[in-house]
Design a protein around this ligand. Structure first.
Ligand code: AHG
Ligand code: MN
Ligand code: MN
Length: 336
């Protein structure tokens, strides 16, 4: 008997679409194109040590960070894979200052926007540490023929879908379209993402805290109190928590999603809004986390309710198990 192949992501997306008889199929088509982009980036990432894609390009991006060749490569793949589908009205990328228009030579009239971090955790590339691609999809709201900034500055709660592809010990796609969170593992032998983690639920309370503690001297008292709380010994509440920090948001988030825990990138004296970007890091992961039973806040406010004002806006982020986010929220409010 041949081995039975599990549910492919394509089949899963089509199955989900059946629940919406009025759906045009555009959203499924968009997701399927994203899956292909993810596979191409996976191929590049897994061969990174062999071909000339490791290292820096010599340029700095809008965030003032050095651009790695793979950042650039992943960015180009995303744009080239998605720009001619006729499904998008515009795109936004961490690596590009302004919104990316769909060129006139490509089909116009797409009803979705796509914001993405083409490669997250890129400072880890050369050390063979997990990295990822994060994406966020909204419906176009402006009347303009092409997408405008207004189409991107929508609250996270209005996302149509959000997800990430993590290039780790295996490559996985995790996404939500508002009906739970589903995880698929790439089977490289057939080149398909296979459903491996249906309906992911994150533990209500975790045992892990994840934060760059080297920044502690810049944190205000509230944030220091939070971290001290998680480190304090108290058997009744399962403390101290373990500290785990990779420095790739996708990887830290993914681990905590499965095991339970809290990831924090707070604002500090130097960077009051922290480091992470609202539209293509915090917001998509917040949507996934909420759909999995967890939560996400900035300096107390639900990430999904923040009205964005800028494309590359940064935001403090506390994300993970629901009870742990509530603890952060209390400390943040009490110290104000
Ligand atoms: P990116 O590689 O897309 O620029 O993102 C890097 C981010 C994120 O992945 C991670 O959580 C954070 O930077 C780590 O920052 P620190 O090195 O300041 O801890
Ligand atoms: Mn990133
Ligand atoms: Mn990036």
């Amino acid at each position: 008997m041949p081995e039975r192949i599990g549910t492919t992501v394509t089949k899963h997306i089509v199955g989900m679409q059946r629940g919406f008889p009025e759906a045009s199929g555009d959203f499924s088509a968009l997701m399927n194109e994203l899956v292909v982009a993810g596979k191409v980036i996976h191929r590049a990432v897994t061969k990174a040590g062999l071909v000339d894609v490791i290292g820096k390009t010599g340029e700095t991006n809008i965030q003032g960070e050095e651009v790695q060749k793979l950042d650039d490569f992943a960015n180009i793949i995303m744009i080239q894979k998605m720009d001619h589908t006729g499904l998008l009205c515009a795109m936004a990328s961490e690596e590009i200052d302004d919104i990316i228009e769909i060129a006139d030579k490509h089909p116009q009239g797409g009803k979705y926007t796509l914001a993405f971090d083409p490669l997250d955790g890129s400072s880890n590339i050369e050390a063979n540490v997990s990295i990822g691609t994060i994406f966020s999809v909204h419906r176009k709201i402006s009347d303009a023929p092409k997408g405008t900034l207004e189409d991107f500055l929508q609250i996270g709660r209005k996302q149509v879908a959000a997800g990430y592809i993590i290039y780790g010990s295996s490559t996985m796609l995790v996404y939500t379209a508002g009906q739970g969170v589903h995880g698929f593992t790439l089977d490289p032998s057939i080149g398909e993402f296979i459903l491996s983690h249906p309906n992911i639920r994150t533990p209500k309370k975790g045992k892990i805290y994840s934060v760059n503690e080297g920044n502690s001297h810049k944190w205000d008292k509230r944030v220091n109190d939070i971290i001290n709380y998680f480190k304090t010994d108290d058997e009744a509440t399962g403390r101290p928590y373990s500290s785990r920090y990779i420095g790739s948001l996708v990887a830290d988030f993914h681990r905590n999603l499965l095991y339970g825990g809290i990831f924090m990138y707070p604002g500090d004296a130097k960077n009051p809004n922290g480091k992470l970007r609202l539209l293509y890091e915090a917001s998509p992961l917040a949507y996934i986390c909420e759909q999995a039973g967890g939560g996400a806040i900035s300096d107390g406010e639900n990430i999904l309710d923040i009205v964005p004002t800028e494309l590359h806006q940064r935001v403090p982020l506390f994300i993970g198990s629901r009870d742990d986010v509530e603890i952060c929220k209390r400390f943040l409010a009490d110290g104000k």
